[in-house]
Ligand binder design. Structure first.
Ligand SMILES: Cc1ncc(COP(=O)(O)O)c(C=O)c1O
Length: 496
């Protein structure tokens, strides 16, 4: 209500009162004084504030909705659904971190972003953990050994020795026998998702995704004209009841999942849910894309891949080498049943002919020399310490109303603010304190305002975790307190 006070009605004007209220609120929204996701005051409260009939406010809100400023939700209220020009989502962090802030035109936010001291947003490990020395050695060795041949065009399916060493890697790491012909090298998991979408989908085909999910996948499916359906994630995997209801009505062609340490929630599927999912894929004849982005970074038991349970050739497996290794190499691989190898190879060829033969050779040597295992063992140790520090700090500082899980691996925690408190507001508040998080709305199809947000400890140093989480907790307390001071009734959700 504090910002609504600035709206003055001119009762002698020929402009109807509802239009004056509409213009006043629209103006505040456009300036960003009322933010995306905020709830407008209840109609009766507004009517009594302006001393007008409730119908006048209803008409003003209707006008706001027609012009796309707000959305009303049955039984809940009216919420701002408009992003001011200078503050649209492109300027909020990408899922890969805060790099996009450099182009930001909103100076205050750009300024705040450049003062980030506690980065809980970044999703890739910090370059300080990259094995640069070992990598330099293998790069030199490749050039000495292969000379110019290392820089020629490569076979589209991938550098043969690398495909062999991946086969060996899957045997040693997961006790899985991957037929050599079923391995396709791709330029990163993002390309892997895109290639599978290209190979398997026709315009209008249905794809199920987890909600929340990795937005890069949504974009890839959208670009193929897919009809995307979100299925709610629970702490032990997808909500099977909802999944079954959808399957009965509208089965998909593809189901995209991260069964281990999901991005953004850090949740993992129970073995029961993994088995049920495979059984459902066989029954309803759809394919599952398993995006294995970080299963190597476990802190308790080694996770079992969904692919390991696939007794019906229903899982199309993707493994990225970006998340724990060198994202700039742009290397990942697909494991698809042989009957689809040609289809995926063709899709790969028409995308970029082949992934860098030079980097494939370097990765091959890196794997063969046992340097990958050495690197990942080291990372697991460092990240275990950060993981411990993060949940200790959360237990120590977070207000009780904030709910979160303890993931068994990876570097994401998913936190839930109390009902009606949106993480986009928290994101703005925290940024001013030099703390960055990833607001949850970015991980949904509609990017609807949400209470959830992702807290990643990929980038932050172990020494900064406690202070960073303490600061974040202070912002949350402030967010909750400020809105409570405005709310009059006990059942009301936050106002402006
Ligand atoms: C779940 C998930 N899948 C795929 C990707 C893309 O990875 P890559 O760098 O291998 O393309 C990302 C990157 O953030 C991710 O988080």
């Amino acid at each position: 209500m504090d910002r609504i006070v600035s709206i003055h009605l001119d009762r002698s004007s020929s402009t109807p009162l509802y239009m004056q209220i509409y213009e006043g609120i629209a103006n505040l929204i456009e300036k960003g004084a009322i933010s995306y996701g905020e709830k407008l005051p209840p109609i009766r409260q507004m009517a009594s504030f302006f001393n007008v009939n409730t119908v006048t406010v209803v008409n003003a809100y209707k006008q706001l909705e027609m012009q796309g400023f707000v959305k009303s939700r049955m039984g809940s209220g009216t919420y701002v659904s408009f992003l001011p020009e200078k503050k649209n989502f492109d300027e909020f962090p990408t899922v890969e971190g805060v790099a996009s802030f450099s182009q930001e035109t909103d100076n205050s936010m750009a300024d705040a972003a450049s003062h980030i001291k506690f980065d809980f947003a970044g999703a890739s490990i910090s370059p300080k953990y990259f094995p640069v020395k070992d990598f330099k050695d293998v790069v030199n060795e490749v050039l000495d050994r292969d000379g110019g041949y290392a820089l020629e065009y490569q076979e589209s399916s991938g550098y043969q020795p690398l495909r062999e060493s991946i086969k060996e890697f899957m045997k040693i790491e997961h006790d899985l026998l991957v037929p050599f012909e079923e391995i396709q090298i791709v330029s990163g998991a993002q390309q892997g998702i895109d290639i599978l979408a290209k190979a398997f989908l026709n315009f209008g085909d249905v794809v199920y995704v987890e909600a929340p999910t990795y937005p890069g996948a949504i974009n890839a499916f959208r670009s193929r004209g897919a009809h995307i359906v979100e299925i709610n994630m629970e702490e032990d995997g997808i909500d099977l009841n909802v999944l079954k209801k959808h399957l009965a009505q509208n089965p998909p062609k593809l189901f995209y999942t991260m069964p281990v340490f999901q991005n953004p929630t850090g949740y993992s599927y129970s073995s029961k849910k993994k088995q049920e999912l495979i059984a459902l894929a066989k029954k309803h004849n759809f394919y599952i894309i398993e995006d294995d982005h970080i299963s190597d970074l476990y802190y308790r038991e080694k996770p079992v891949l969904l692919k390991a349970l696939d007794d019906g050739d229903k899982v199309l497996y993707i493994k990225s080498f970006s998340k724990l290794f060198l994202p700039g190499l742009r290397l990942a691989f697909l494991w698809v049943p042989e009957i689809y190898s040609d289809k995926t190879a063709l899709a790969k060829y028409s995308s970029d002919i082949s992934s860098s033969g030079f980097f494939q050779r370097a990765l091959d040597l890196f794997l063969r020399k046992g340097l990958w295992c050495k690197h990942v063992r080291r990372l697991r140790k460092v990240f275990f310490e950060k993981w411990q520090k993060t949940h200790e700090a959360l237990a120590m500082h977070m207000p009780q109303e904030v709910k979160y899980n303890i993931p068994e691996g990876g570097h994401f925690f998913w936190l839930q603010l109390p009902n009606g408190y949106y993480s986009m507001h928290l994101y703005e508040l925290a940024l001013k304190e030099g703390v960055s998080i990833m607001p949850g709305n970015l991980f949904y199809l509609s990017q609807k305002p949400t209470e959830g947000f992702r807290l990643s400890f990929a980038q932050i140093s172990v020494q900064s975790i406690d202070v960073g989480i303490q600061k974040l907790s202070e912002c949350i307390k402030q967010q909750i307190q400020n809105t409570y001071t405005i709310i009059q009734g006990p059942d009301e959700r936050p106002l402006l």
